[in-house]
Write a protein that binds this ligand. Structure first.
Ligand code: PCA
Length: 217
């Protein structure tokens, strides 16, 4: 049996944080696998441009069948499985290299948006079944996470047709939320469990389930 490769990426800390839950979670899954798949975890810089360059090099090196990029979303209360990446960088804060693009295209001339090709509804369903709060998210924002998500989908669409890809935002860890009174958080253990489920569901679901994941607001 050929082993499938799953690439998980997390980000370095950004803003005023000294850790990023996405990297803390994915690095614990580096090397995890079963007879039919193996996980490679890698860190991306929180820098426009360089993050996509790093991701493209990782994809060229590892040729994953499944790519799940993970990032921190401090205001989110649950595991947010992203539906769509948009072709815009509009940064509220500077990235880790000091750049703050406003209304710039991620890929000039590229499509306005790409949908994730992971089974997002099945992943949310699997997470909820396991007692983990999760939802479909309709926006990955306009900062480096959306940028990387768009870059990943563009690479999949143009260069790697056999790679399924998507993005998951995770909340603060409790120790981060303790410095932001009122902010929601999830434990590292829950994040790691959630990513294990996302990987398994992505590998075993050929076509997504049809289950309501929309919002009105
Ligand atoms: N979250 C940021 C970028 C890096 C990260 O972990 C975002 O949501 O864009």
């Amino acid at each position: 049996m050929t082993r499938q490769t799953v690439l998980l990426t997390g980000f370095e800390p950004f803003g005023h944080e000294s850790i990023n839950p996405s990297w803390e979670a994915v690095r614990r899954l580096d090397g995890w696998g079963e007879e039919d798949f193996a996980v490679v975890a890698a860190q991306l810089p929180c820098v426009f441009g360089a993050a996509i360059d790093t991701l493209n090099a990782l994809v060229a090196q590892h040729r994953p069948q499944v790519l799940i990029a993970v990032g921190q979303a401090g205001s989110r209360a649950d595991i947010s499985v992203e539906r769509v990446a948009i072709n815009v960088d509009d940064a509220r804060i500077a990235d880790n290299a000091g750049s703050q693009p406003v209304d710039a295209a991620v890929v000039p001339g590229g499509p306005a948006a790409y949908f994730a090709t992971l089974p997002i509804k099945a992943i949310v369903h699997g997470l909820r079944q396991a007692g983990i709060p999760a939802s479909v998210s309709q926006t990955a924002g306009t900062f480096v996470c959306n940028h990387v998500f768009y870059g990943a989908m563009h690479a999949a669409a143009t260069l790697h047709p056999n790679m399924r890809a998507g993005f998951i935002h995770i909340p603060f860890l409790p120790e981060q939320a303790a410095r932001h009174p009122g902010a929601p958080s999830l434990s590292l253990e829950t994040d790691v469990d959630a990513l294990r489920i996302a990987v398994r569901v992505a590998l075993t679901t050929a076509s997504d389930i049809k289950e309501m994941g929309g919002r009105i607001d």
